[in-house]
Design a protein around this ligand. Structure first.
Ligand code: MN3
Length: 207
């Protein structure tokens, strides 16, 4: 089973004016595709080839195969990133189960927004901002990771992610990462998808 580039869950121009079709042409069509191609090249003929993406990420990390992990991690992270956005998304309105949990664990929408902005802005260099469910405590957390790292390998279930690599925002926002993050949280964040993943509960993967 080869790793595959998923179709985008919307048209390339669906998130205009917050994310352009040109960004998707490069980000999905070139960057994400390149991670898929490289992962398949590195995994060919190995035990990783037959694993799910989540299993392969955890197994490659555990095996110390950082070269393969980087490609697999980036496929997983981008898959979730596309699902983490929707036209008319963002803002304080979110499904009841998620809203309740955000209030209990993070202190409400304003605190969640501030934490995502802070984690995304202060992540030095390339990386990701996340809303995750901690598998052990069952609580929501806002976090960030560098490069291809994913909370998946750290006992967390990712619910929502924002790509803060420069290639995610340079065409539309140039160097203004905070502006991109604000626009993202206020207009694109797909709370419905995060709520669906929350409903499914902690990921159970034999690592
Ligand atoms: Mn990216």
């Amino acid at each position: 089973m080869a790793f595959k580039l998923p179709e985008l869950p919307y048209a390339m121009d669906a998130l205009v004016p917050y994310m352009s079709a040109e960004t998707f042409e490069y980000h999905h069509g070139k960057h994400h595709q390149a991670y898929v191609n490289k992962a398949n090249e590195l995994a060919a003929g190995t035990e990783f080839e037959s694993m799910s993406l989540e299993e392969a990420a955890i197994a490659a990390k555990k095996a110390g195969n950082q070269k393969l992990f980087n490609q697999i991690g980036q496929i997983y992270n981008h898959n979730l990133f596309w699902e983490s956005m929707a036209a008319n998304g963002g803002g304080a309105k979110m499904p009841g189960n998620l809203e309740k949990k955000v209030t209990e664990d993070i202190g409400g929408y304003d605190a969640l927004r501030a934490a995502l902005l802070d984690k995304g802005t202060t992540q030095f260099g390339s990386g990701w901002a996340w809303l995750v469910l901690d598998n052990a405590t069952g609580k929501l957390e806002v976090t960030s990771t560098g490069n291809a790292e994913t909370p998946l390998t750290d006992g967390k279930t990712p619910l929502l992610t924002c790509d803060v690599w420069e290639h995610a925002y340079y065409i539309d926002y140039r160097n203004a990462r905070p502006k991109f993050l604000e626009a993202w949280i206020d207009n694109l964040a797909n709370w419905e998808h995060a709520a669906k993943l929350l409903e499914q509960g902690p990921l159970k993967i034999a690592a």
